[in-house]
Every structure is written in C-alpha cells, then in structure tokens.
Ligand binder design. Structure first.
Ligand code: ADP
Length: 169
C-alpha cells in the first residue's frame, strides 16, 4: 500500500473564513491527512493572536463531518514552510486560488518552494464560485466598519470578530 499522503495548508487565517473551510474540506478529501499550518505572521499585524487563530480553526474543524475532521490537524508555525512540511512528513502544499491577482504570488511561492525542496509539490485548488470574493482582510474591514459579516464566516467566528471590534449587535 502507498504511504499515506500528507498535505500542509498554510495561511494566516486571521480569521478563518468560509472560503478557507471550503479549501480544507476539498483538500481533506483528496489527501490522507491535512495539516492546517497557522503562520505567526506578526508582520501582517494580525487581529487575533496565533493561539486564538489556531483555536478558531480547531473549533471549525471539530464541526465538520467526522470522516473529514479526523484527518485534519491544526498547528502553529513560524519557520520556513518547506521545513514545516518536512517536520510533518508532508509532500504537498495546498493553496487556494481566488483570482488572477492571487496567481502571481502563488506562482512565485510555488517556484521558490520547489527550488528549496524539490520533493514537495504545491497544489492549488480553485476557489469555489460561492467563496471566491471572500478574503480575511475584507472581512475584518467590514467588521470594523459595522457591516454584516455573517454570510462570510461561521457564527462562531462572527461572534469573535464582533467582540474584538467592540460591537454588541
Ligand atoms: P496568506 O496570508 O498566506 O495569504 P490566508 O489566510 O489569507 O493566507 O490564505 C491562505 C490560503 O487560503 C491562500 O492560499 C489563499 O489564497 C487561500 N484563500 C483565502 N481565502 C480564500 C477563499 N475565499 N477561497 C479560496 N481560497 C482562499
């Protein structure tokens, strides 16, 4: 039997959105094991701490179908992605592609990671049409400006966002 295939889905997840969850669901279906890597990413000035972001993704995954959630784990990381992948015996890096604007960055990252470790393959999943406009950055802006974020994140994440923005609606 072939070795189990492990993938890493890295990101900031500040916060995790319905778009991220769609990618997690779809990636878990084609892999034996998926590690969601929550990047420290202090330079992005995240709204939620790494511990909070890991906790949020874990809560979302616990709510998924058991056949999927049992094969997904969540871990923080702050080292080089290919090193984090090796530490987890992962041979696949999963990314989501929303628009042409994502492509340049993802292409450069995939090429660089291939140079750093030729045994690790980057696989990009096309964003589902339902979610392709969702970006954590926009969701945070909408939350801060008093808009409705419920269509884009789970009720759990919406509550965390409203609380962080000092909103009581
Ligand atoms: P980063 O800070 O590395 O961009 P993000 O948390 O924003 O990390 O996103 C992680 C990955 O998820 C990226 O590959 C990004 O393109 C993808 N992604 C983010 N939002 C969506 C979405 N709505 N649909 C599909 N993929 C998405």
């Amino acid at each position: 039997m072939a070795d189990p295939r492990t993938g890493i889905y890295p990101g900031t997840f500040d916060p995790v959105t319905n778009g991220h969850l769609d990618i997690i669901n779809r990636a878990a279906k084609v892999l034996d094991h998926l590690v969601v890597g929550v990047a420290l990413n202090d330079s992005k000035g995240p709204m939620f701490s790494t511990e909070e972001r890991v906790g949020h993704v874990e809560a979302e995954i616990a709510a998924l179908d058991k056949s999927l959630s049992g094969r997904v784990t969540v871990k923080p990381f702050s080292n080089l992605l290919v090193h984090f992948a090796r530490e987890n015996n992962a041979t696949v890096i999963v990314r989501g592609l929303r628009a042409v604007s994502d492509f340049d960055y993802e292409f450069q990252m995939a090429s660089m990671n291939a140079k750093l470790d030729g045994d690790i393959e980057t696989v990009c999943l096309m964003a589902s049409d339902k979610y392709q406009f969702i970006a954590s950055r926009l969701i945070k802006e909408i939350a801060i400006m008093g808009g409705d974020i419920k269509p884009f994140v789970s009720s759990r994440i919406a509550a965390h966002l409203l609380e962080r923005c000092g909103r009581d609606d």
